[in-house]
Design a protein. Structure first.
Lengths: 134, 134
DNA sequence: TTCATATTGATAATTATTATCAATAAAGTA
DNA sequence: TACTTTATTGATAATAATTATCAATATGAA
């Protein structure tokens, strides 16, 4: 059952693999898995609450997470990699403070930081391409 | 110059039109504008700081904003519409509190609420489809 | 074994957006 | 004005991530 393979592959990553990362990780061991199956099982595992899913922004791919607790992430605007952010804030207070027009029921929220990761900053310095995106 | 048309069209919306919304709005008056031009000019206007852009999440289209100040939004997970959220929080304190692994430089952040908007809740009640997405 | 159900792989379809590129328009200059 | 250069546009192809389709295979129960 490829669902198990998919789950194990996600756990094998330290960080936040994309569906394609997971696909390639499994492919390297079991040659004949379909990418559709990986997408299907990642979605199912997320539904089951077995893995986390990082909200994807601005056309970037979704990333998955061995952590299942909700926590903020930082996305590198240059390479798209996702990092955990360690910041505590009062989620309930935030929810209480929200004042929406009548009738909108909030079920969750996401806090996403954007910036440039260590590696991309290094590359930019080397190439003298600071400030140039992608 | 279609850039002006595009700008005016965005201002004409109360809410947060998608590129396609803007395209249709202009088309209804000036039949022969290209969608590529609308995308191009929306991007340029955003670069110029003349309009705002709502971060798009999970494969949804981007939405644009006549407001240019950064503020949180709520996205309806059913219809995708975007709403302003009125909540004050200490952005600087949040930034200061962020503890990332060395070298990641944070340039901005987004706070996105998710939930169900008034209209979709109404529809769900009528259809008895509560809890069913899209 | 037999019948029903679930999962898979291969591939087509979808959707939002960007890239390409020739045609047109606008601006600058002699 | 006439000519040249630059910018903008429209039409359309390309891209990229993801989902849908559907026949083939696997699984499980009776």
């Amino acid at each position: 059952m490829q669902k198990e393979l998919t789950y194990d592959a996600v756990l094998r990553f330290h960080g936040h693999p994309s569906a394609d990362d997971v696909y390639r990780e499994i492919s390297s061991r079991y040659k004949s898995i379909s990418k559709a199956t990986v997408y299907r099982n990642l979605a199912a595992l997320y539904e089951d609450g077995k893995i986390g899913r990082v909200i994807s922004t601005d056309g970037r791919e979704a990333h998955f997470d061995h952590r299942t607790d909700k926590h903020p992430h930082a996305v590198c605007i240059s390479c798209g990699n996702v990092f955990d952010v360690d910041v505590s804030y009062d989620k309930d207070a935030l929810s209480r403070a929200v004042c929406m027009e009548d009738g909108f029921v909030i079920t969750s929220h996401e806090l996403i930081f954007e910036g440039i990761c260590k590696d991309c900053r290094k590359k930019e310095k080397e190439n003298g391409t600071e400030g140039i995106k992608n």
